[in-house]
Design a protein around this ligand. Structure first.
Ligand code: FA5
Length: 361
């Protein structure tokens, strides 16, 4: 009987070594260790053997069973990892391939596109594009731009101030650091860093405590600054006209209306002639033009000649208030994008609703 047990074990070991798949191995396990297997029935029949046979046969059968169980386990691990290797190699996918069906790649946000359009036009006019910090000092945002200490724009209700942690260097008091309310602080920073003549624009994010269909707490502005000898208000008008004709079409006209900004003198607001009603204020059937509200002009931003007081803050960088002049302008990018694309509510740009954004692909 013990010989037969050895034979079974040898036969089983040879068969297991040959097994090439998990399924094949399972069949062998059933054949050699299953309920109906020969070894199992030998073990079951031990009690019926002659007493002197029970010890040696039972010992041999149990050893064979244990040995085979271990063998099956080892071989099963080997086959599983070989199968895994095989399927990893066979089912390898290139995750960089387009999906099926292929989805169109994304596109630039309409605000980015509008910003780039304006940058391209201004670079064409000889301006350089600069960037500035969104978290700004009161000095650049207000003081050096000639805002008196009691100017309402400095009030907590109008502006987002940043709390400087204890021990941090705010530079000058608890209301010294804020989210810039316009891109104009870069006028002073650019003049500090670059001697005249200077022709630059600054696109970027700005922040105010505003929220309605035409105002959002975060929005984008473009600042423009041109400083040199003999620069006049006529140059400002020509520059704005050239830029806005590129953006809104070659037939556009612009107009400037007197206004007030602390850092320009004189100051103006500038409008572009309405491109829907061609400046007439009425549509074909005598209807009032809704875009310009029947006025024929659309307000775009603020501008003016740089106030000599502002040059006074950067005199040491070569900006002598008596001999140098310049103009500055600033406007909102969202406003331009709304007008160009007929979007009625500015907040739609920032809701991240693909049904809206995909219209600009
Ligand atoms: C200014 O911010 C001045 N810095 C512009 C300037 C620059 C004047 C250089 C003179 C010389 P104002 O506050 O009017 O001006 O803002 C300019 C434009 O920013 C507005 O016409 C409007 O289009 C846009 N704007 C202002 N607040 C918001 C807001 N909350 N959301 C969206 N756009 C805004």
């Amino acid at each position: 009987m013990t010989e037969r047990i050895e034979q079974i074990e040898t036969e089983a070991r040879a068969a297991v070594a040959e097994a090439g798949s998990g399924a094949e191995l399972e069949q062998l396990r059933v054949r050699y260790l299953g309920r109906k297997a020969e070894l199992t029935s030998i073990l079951r029949g031990i009690s019926e053997l002659e007493p002197d046979q029970r010890g040696p046969v039972g010992g041999a059968a149990n050893r064979a069973r244990k040995g085979l169980e271990q063998l099956f386990e080892t071989r099963s691990d080997e086959i599983a990892s070989a199968e895994l290797e095989q399927s990893l190699a066979a089912e390898r996918i290139d995750v960089t391939l387009p999906g099926s069906p292929a989805r169109a790649v994304g596109h630039l946000h309409p605000i980015t596109r509008t910003r780039r359009l304006i940058e391209d036009v201004m670079i064409g006019l000889g301006y350089q594009v600069m960037e500035g910090p969104e978290i700004e000092h009161d000095y650049y945002n207000f003081t050096a731009l000639n805002h008196p200490p009691d100017h309402p724009a400095r009030m907590l209700q109008d502006t987002f101030y940043v709390e400087v942690p204890e021990g941090g260097d705010s530079g000058g008091g608890s209301q010294d650091v804020l989210l810039r309310t316009h891109t104009s602080p870069m006028q002073v920073r650019a003049m500090e860093a670059t001697p005249p003549p200077l022709f630059m624009i600054v696109p970027g994010k700005t922040y105010r405590r505003d929220s309605d269909a035409t105002h959002s707490p975060m929005f984008h502005q473009v600042e423009g600054l041109a400083v040199g000898e003999g620069i006049t208000l006529a140059d400002l008008k020509g520059t704005l006209l050239a830029m806005l004709r590129e953006v809104f079409g070659p037939d556009r006209e612009i107009r400037m209306r007197p206004h007030f900004f602390p850092f320009t003198e004189p100051s103006v607001e500038f409008d572009v002639s309405c491109f829907r009603c061609k400046g007439s204020g009425t549509l074909r059937k005598g209807e009032r033009c809704a875009l310009c509200k029947g006025i024929g002009w659309i307000e775009l931003g603020g501008a003016g000649m740089v106030d000599p007081n502002v040059f006074g803050f950067v005199r040491e960088s070569g900006y002598e208030p008596d001999s140098i002049t310049g103009f500055a302008f600033g406007f909102g990018i969202e406003r331009i994008a709304m007008l160009r694309h007929g979007v009625g509510d500015l907040r739609l740009f920032f809701d991240n609703d693909l049904r809206m954004l995909e219209q600009f692909s």
